[in-house]
Design a protein around this ligand. Structure first.
Ligand SMILES: Nc1ncnc2c1ncn2[C@@H]1O[C@H](COP(=O)(O)OP(=O)(O)OP(=O)(O)O)[C@@H](O)[C@H]1O
Ligand SMILES: [Mg+2]
Length: 459
């Protein structure tokens, strides 16, 4: 219909062919409508402005929210990362602390084991010596120092210059052969006497089998050797005593008879040419009686009457006995040092020291030197012995004769019986001591005696 109204059906048709009327109407109406709507009032402006402001605010808000969320996400991530780092550092810290703890425990263990080995080495009663290939002494324990008489101040840079030859030879032999040498007995000359050592030397290899030096273990067998010697001596003295004491006794009786008869001969009644023979018989019987008496003293089974004996008073009394002879020759007898006490036979011990002092004075007199005799004593509480030396200013005793002077009948004197030192040795041995000979500081002989002390004195 051409009423001017265009419904949707018309519009459909118009679009098919007759579009002009409605389309034109519409085109006509719109500018009016548009002219109406284009008329912007302040509310519209306000609305638009408000809308704009709101949208800007919304945008800002959205942007801020997004930023905030991103920041929150970042901080969560950082917090998470931070937590992991802290965990890691804590674990690391723990591990380091544990390592330190282990290190401390290991150091403590090493220190304890070093201390223990040090204690073992210094408590060993045997001597321990370790040397390296440069001849340097790496270890020498206190017992070893004592036995080898090495002072604490001695430099340990060369064992060959420090130790006695028998020991250095053994070490050199072991190093050369790279094989152990087991339980060899060697004699080492000490300041006081010769010592017997039982020595074992072993080569010292490292884990790779390289030779580094040698370990030397030694113990002092002197006491054992002395005991053996004492036993042998006691046995042989007992045998000699039993065998010969009876004969000697008969001898002495016969000598007394000869001497008695010779005394009965009146020299004045004899022709002068016989007088010297009788005098000779008398002198010889006196001498022989002296020899036999000495021999009987020596051979008689030793029966000690024991009591506590103060060695100083024994030596003083022996010195008092011989001093007049020493002084007559322009000398003297002196006592020096510390003297111990022992369980012994005072009479026999005095006889022993008298014999030694008489020998010293006689030796000096034989060489026309004033006898300066010193009895020097020291007490060794470690070994619980008294060490006494009788030193003189005489000619001394040749090393070659030192072994023989204790044998019965060994003498260099025209009127000597050669029994004085045999008796001394017997007395000392029966007191469980020992006697040796060496050189004295005054240039003469030094007779060195070791006697065990009484138990409560040695503590
Ligand atoms: N102090 C000494 N200095 C040098 N030689 C000594 C000393 N003591 C002992 N002798 C030597 O030892 C030897 C043996 O001494 P020993 O006392 O046994 O016998 P003697 O003195 O010769 O005789 P006797 O003691 O019977 O008179 C002596 O002859 C002497 O050669
Ligand atoms: Mg003598």
């Amino acid at each position: 219909m051409a009423s001017g109204r265009c419904d949707r059906g018309d519009e459909g048709r118009r679009s098919a062919g007759d579009s002009s009327a409605c389309g034109r109407n519409r085109a006509r109406v719109r500018p009016e409508e548009a002219g109406e709507s284009m008329t912007w009032n302040p509310q519209a402006y306000g609305l638009v402005l408000l809308t704009l402001v709101v949208s800007v605010l919304v945008s800002i808000l959205v942007f801020a929210v997004l930023r905030f969320m991103a920041a929150a996400r970042n901080s969560r991530r950082r917090a998470k990362e931070g937590g992991e780092m802290a965990l890691l550092s804590e674990a690391l810290h723990d591990a380091v602390a544990k390592l330190r703890e282990q290190e401390r425990a290991m150091a403590a263990r090493a220190e304890a084991s070093e201390r223990l080995s040090g204690e073992i080495i210094s408590s060993l009663t045997a001597g321990l010596l370790v040397v390296d290939l440069n001849a340097q002494i790496r270890i020498l324990n206190p017992a070893g120092r004592r036995m080898l008489e090495v002072p604490d101040s001695a430099p340990l840079d060369n064992y060959r210059t420090l130790l006695a030859e028998p020991l250095t030879k053994m070490i050199d032999e072991c190093l050369a052969s790279r094989r152990p040498i087991r339980r060899r007995t060697v004699n080492v000359e000490g300041s006081h006497s010769a010592n017997h050592f039982g020595v074992t030397v072993s080569p010292l290899f490292d884990q790779t089998g390289t030779l580094h030096g040698a370990i030397c273990l030694f113990s002092d067998l002197t006491a054992v050797k002395d005991l053996e010697q004492q036993l042998r001596l006691k046995e042989s003295l007992a045998a000699v005593g039993e065998l010969t004491a009876g004969i000697a006794h008969e001898f002495r009786n016969g000598l007394a008879t000869i001497h008695g008869y010779s005394q009965l001969i009146d020299l004045q009644e004899l022709p002068p040419r016989y007088q010297p023979y009788v005098e000779g018989i008398r002198a010889e019987t006196v001498f022989l009686t002296q020899v036999v008496t000495n021999f009987l003293n020596f051979a008689r089974p030793a029966q000690l009457s024991l009591s506590p004996v103060d060695l100083r008073s024994v030596c003083e009394r022996a010195a008092d006995e011989i001093r007049p002879d020493a002084r007559a020759l322009g000398g003297d007898i002196e006592l020096r040092g510390q003297f111990g006490t022992l369980e012994g036979d005072e009479v026999l011990l005095r006889q022993a020291f008298s014999n030694l002092l008489r020998n010293a004075v006689e030796a000096c007199a034989g060489h026309s030197v004033p006898p300066l005799v010193v009895i020097e004593s020291e007490v060794d509480r470690n070994q619980s012995v008294s060490k006494i030396s009788v030193n003189d200013s005489g000619p001394g005793i040749e090393p070659a004769s030192r072994e023989r002077i204790f044998r019965p009948f060994f003498t260099s004197k025209r009127n000597g019986t050669g029994l004085g030192l045999a008796v001394v040795q017997k007395i000392i041995v029966f007191h469980n001591g020992r006697i040796a000979v060496g050189g004295a500081p005054q240039g003469g002989a030094s007779l060195q005696i070791m006697l065990p002390m009484m138990q409560d004195e040695s503590v």
